[in-house]
Design a protein around this ligand. Structure first.
Ligand code: SAH
Ligand code: SF4
Length: 356
């Protein structure tokens, strides 16, 4: 066992800290302690974040003695792929397991010249939305920034191509894991990491108001989607009991502030559920909620979840929603579910957290 190093976080027992958990400052201090030049920290970061190194040994521009020291004092955890499924549309869903045995799903969705990743911010979710498979399973734990980041790297490596955009629409509620989510977005955005433009990094929230307020003040141009699913308070309370305490009126005001502050167009996600949130009254309420705002409405026919009483609205009804919203000046589109045949579409990610 190597002697403790005072600049590294101390762990209980014999477990070593993972290099992904060190801040830049910690890594620089550690290099100083090892009497290494400062630039070694940047070289190591380039391997860890830029090249997705899986071992210290492959860091070929570091002296062997330093690589040995690194492996004596740190680990370099990478997720293990437990399972994968490939959709007819080319999407791939992965179940990745992290070092403590917790696992979460992520999806790679290729289109011509583009690769979009849908990543999870938590293993499972504690918000309990009644139409969502992830919500039914409950929360195992939040993921670290590095675990969120690694999903994207894993998928980029698997497709042998650059990831062009990331949506945090997998398992979990990003704003119940705000700090790690932001850290992950910054790593993805940074030139040291994947270098994805902020406008191509989108967070989806079920409407955690303190998170939206904070997000509005972040300096980067990250995108925001809010899962609305009903502009009628009673219906929304039933569908999304976890956000009952944040009323629609409050959400409306805060989204107005978000637009004023950022000038960015938010998206409202709306999964159309037959007879529940697709009635004329619901459509009127949705038009009232969105009219005169910058918001774009993303309609999706509900993805069916086993054991759920809900069924999707018809395509015809979805088109009527688009037209009616358009007639009051609200841009709306229907989103095609990707990977629905492998349960990789929104709300179908549920194989959350087998603890081995
Ligand atoms: N927790 C965040 C992000 C993850 S859920 C959120 O709720 O926004 C990703 C998206 O899938 C959300 O818009 C969510 O409402 C939607 N979704 C969940 N279950 C769904 C289902 N069965 N059919 C269609 N969309 C669903
Ligand atoms: Fe959680 Fe989002 Fe599913 Fe609601 S819709 S349970 S917030 S993952």
């Amino acid at each position: 066992m190597a002697p403790n190093r005072k600049t590294l976080p101390q762990h209980k027992g014999t477990s070593l800290p993972d290099i992904h958990t060190l801040s830049h400052g910690q890594l620089v201090a550690f290099m100083e302690e090892l009497h290494q030049p400062k630039f070694r920290a940047s070289q190591i970061e380039e391997w860890v974040w830029g090249k997705n190194a899986h071992t210290f040994d492959e860091m070929s521009n570091l002296p062997k003695s330093l690589r040995d020291l690194l492996s004596q004092h740190l680990t370099i955890g990478t997720p293990k792929e437990l399972a994968r499924q490939i959709s007819l549309d080319g999407s791939r869903k992965y179940l990745l397991q992290f070092t403590d045995g917790v696992s979460a799903e992520c999806v790679g969705m290729p289109t011509k010249n583009r690769l979009t990743v849908c990543a999870s911010t938590q293993a499972g979710c504690g918000m309990g939305c009644t139409f969502c498979a992830t919500g039914k399973a409950g929360l195992a734990r939040s993921l670290t920034a590095s675990e969120i980041y690694e999903q994207v790297r894993h998928i980029g490596d698997d497709f042998h191509t650059r990831v062009t955009s990331v949506v945090l629409m997998g398992q979990g509620e990003p704003f119940m894991n705000y700090d790690e989510t932001l850290k992950a977005l910054r790593l993805l955005n940074s030139d040291k990491g994947v270098g994805i433009g902020a406008r191509h990094l989108t967070v989806s929230t079920c409407g955690i108001i303190p998170g939206i307020k904070k997000f509005a003040n972040e300096k980067e141009q990250f995108g925001l989607a809010v899962s609305l699913h009903s502009a009628n308070q009673a219906t929304r309370n039933k569908l999304m009991p976890g956000v009952r305490k944040y009323s629609l009126l409050y959400l409306y005001d805060v989204m107005g502030e978000y637009v004023d502050k950022t000038g960015r167009r938010p998206t409202y996600e709306y999964a159309l559920i037959h007879g529940v949130n697709d009635t004329d009254t619901e459509l009127d309420a949705l038009c009232d909620f969105c009219r005169g705002t910058l918001a774009h409405v993303n309609l999706i026919q509900l993805n069916e979840v086993p054991g759920s009483p809900f069924t999707p609205s018809t395509e015809e009804r979805a088109n009527q929603f688009v037209q009616r919203l358009g007639s009051v000046g609200v841009a709306a589109t229907i989103r095609n579910p990707r990977g629905a045949d492998i349960d990789a579409a929104c709300g179908q990610l549920s194989q959350a957290y087998t603890k081995c």
